[in-house]
Ligand binder design. Structure first.
Ligand code: P6P
Length: 341
């Protein structure tokens, strides 16, 4: 047979996870695989609601859709409820930390995994049609873990998997396992399957793009100001200024940075001394994706992002992440200003 134009050897996320499990050998119990199936159902459900949200919000479908008469739930709440239900339902998760839940949720049963998530990151952008997404991380609990919130206070280096989905023109999932590659999947809504479309994603080693909210520059520390000055007003002869790209939705800025390269930053500053983004379910999962794609991720005080241990489940951190050479430039400027990890 000649190769027909139609691609018939499709790798779905389901098949990808099965192959991953087989790669781990016969001792793999399949618990992680079942957890990931529950995760993918969460993403499909959230993608559905986000696609509908515009219609519901903008053309008043809410009146007809909430027959029970309760208020049209905000998408954050819907996304969070979906996550809680699927993580409880799969029976493999003991602890769930969500941006939308003040306390960690402890499920009954003997789940061996802990999940951290921001169900709908950037939801404030939704009304403007800006891409939002889900950011998630999976930890394996120690055998003697009590299944309490303190079991979640772990460094990102202990994540067994992490990633994010971006609900834009299509729903894109970026998934990476500990020590593994970064793989991108696109939701085929007709099949209801995430299809492997971006195998082994590698972030370009360098790229003249920076992504930061310059509206905070009044509050930046001296080394931070010096870094951004150095790329906006380069001193090297013939050097061109960097291009600015800031969407204000972390998953969108992260996805662009992963695809094109560059530097994404949400620095700790005088207004937010601990930074704005959360360690457990925003910074650490993104840092693992960037590092596994060949990039770097550090804090404002120049520590490796993945080595930071939060003291509370909702702790924040400053973050610089992206292309290897670009994050290295940040470290060089900060070092000149005496900020060394
Ligand atoms: P700012 C969205 O609200 C978010 O949590 C991230 O998705 C995004 O990177 C950041 O905050 C944007 O914050 O202060 O620039 O609007």
């Amino acid at each position: 047979h000649g190769d027909s134009e139609v691609k018939t050897d499709i790798i779905t996320l389901t098949r990808f996870l099965t192959e991953e499990q087989h790669r781990l050998g016969p001792h793999a119990t399949g618990d992680f695989t079942l957890l990931c199936h529950a995760l993918q159902f969460s993403f499909k459900s959230i993608a559905y609601y986000i696609r509908r949200a515009t219609l519901i919000n903008l053309i008043g479908l809410a009146g007809s859709s909430n027959m029970t008469g309760d208020d049209q739930k905000k998408l954050d709440v819907i996304g969070n409820e979906i996550f809680v239900n699927t993580m409880r339902g799969c029976g493999k998760v003991k602890v769930l930390v969500s941006e939308e839940e003040e306390e960690a949720i402890i499920f009954p049963g003997h789940g061996k995994y802990a999940v951290v998530c921001d169900p709908i990151d950037g939801s404030s952008n939704l009304d403007a049609g800006v891409s939002v997404g889900t950011i998630f991380g999976i930890f394996k609990l120690d055998d003697d873990a009590e299944g309490k919130a303190k079991d979640m206070l772990k460094p990102g280096t202990e994540l067994v998997a992490s990633g994010f989905t971006m609900y834009g023109a299509s729903a894109n999932l970026v998934l990476t396992m500990k020590g593994g590659s970064v793989n991108g999947f696109t939701l085929d809504t007709a099949l209801g399957e995430f299809i492997l479309t971006h195998p082994d994603m590698r972030i370009p080693k360098s790229k003249g793009i920076y992504s930061v909210n310059e509206g905070n520059s009044l509050y930046w520390t001296e080394p931070c100001k010096a870094y951004f000055e150095s790329i906006k007003y380069p001193q090297q002869p013939g050097a061109k200024p960097y291009s600015a790209r800031y969407i204000g939705s972390m998953v969108a800025d992260a996805y662009r940075t992963l695809c094109y390269g560059g530097l994404f930053a949400y620095p700790a500053d005088k207004k937010s001394p601990k930074g704005k983004l959360r360690i457990l379910y925003e910074c650490a999962p993104m840092a693992m994706v960037m590092e596994n794609a060949g990039g770097l991720a550090i804090t404002s005080d120049q520590r490796r992002m993945l080595e930071v241990v939060p003291e509370h489940i909702h702790d924040r951190s400053g973050i610089f992440m992206g292309s290897y050479d670009e994050v290295t430039k940040v470290t060089e400027v900060f070092k000149k200003h005496g900020v060394v990890a």
